[in-house]
Design a binder for this molecule. Sequence first.
Ligand code: C2E
Ligand code: CA
Ligand code: CA
Ligand code: CA
Length: 278
Amino acid sequence: AKQDGRNTYRFFTAEMQAESARILLLENALRRALERDQLKLHYQPQICMTSGRVIGTEALLRWHHPDLGAISPAEFIPIAEASGLILQIGEWVLRTACLQLKDWMTQGLPPIIMAVNLSSVQFRRADLPSLVSRILDECQLAPALLELELTEGVAMNDPLGAIAVMNDLHDRGIRMSIDDFGTGYSSLSYLKKFRVYKLKIDQQFVRDLSDDPEDRAIVSAIISMAKSLGLQTIAEGVETQGQLDFLREQGCNEVQGYLFAKPMPAEEFGPFVQARTR
Ligand code: C2E
Ligand code: CA
Ligand code: CA
Ligand code: CA
């Protein structure tokens, strides 16, 4: 048993060493990728339930490393957050997404909402609201066309601080939504005070909608609660017609997911929107 214990100990050590080596490798590679402009944004349409039109898009980071291949944001965002790199990356994302929307509109695309994911590290910075305003000015974009997606955790960590930042952003005309809604611990009394206009129902509740009565109950409760608070709802991860039918029945306002489109490069997004507008 003692022998096993030692082996187990050594095994974990080796595994932990390999893991921290990968983190260090990725952190350095990520810094270089940012300098060399190797990060990209893909865009996934958000569809209005009643009109079927594209009314928004979510910007999602993509990183293809020349040797390591595609690395998921689920892996590299936490590393960027721990190292502080997320501040530069997040600013790049905001600016690139806003410039892209401006560019689409210049090309004649109807105005849509650009939703950008915001890390808690960015949200805690005192200069966030002025940074966002500056980027909107630079891009000559109306603030109401930008939506910042915050997770519940971001807001609930320090609700009073979050309310102050949200008020500031709201006063500047910038919209906010709560991402991955239902997975965190939002207190309903705070939800009322948060200056958000939309709840994004997490895809974990959408996945089994067709055969899990509990998920159906949760989704239905989120939508009716949002309605009574005057908030919009969007469901993410919609992949099947059955999920869509249930969400429509419940009165969900918008949907996003592979049923309509996967996140795509900017060049493909314009034609996608045009094809659905006609
Ligand atoms: P998220 O914000 O919850 O984004 C939704 C994720 O679901 C995306 O994964 C998207 O590609 C995926 N998805 C969309 N539709 C479907 C569907 O129908 N089925 C399934 N199975 N998945 C779908 P992705 O792009 O890998 O991003 C993962 C997470 O990384 C995001 O989760 C977000 O938390 C983070 N992330 C991505 N881009 C950024 C960014 O620019 N800044 C920050 N701070 N985080 C980001
Ligand atoms: Ca999101
Ligand atoms: Ca989400
Ligand atoms: Ca998520």
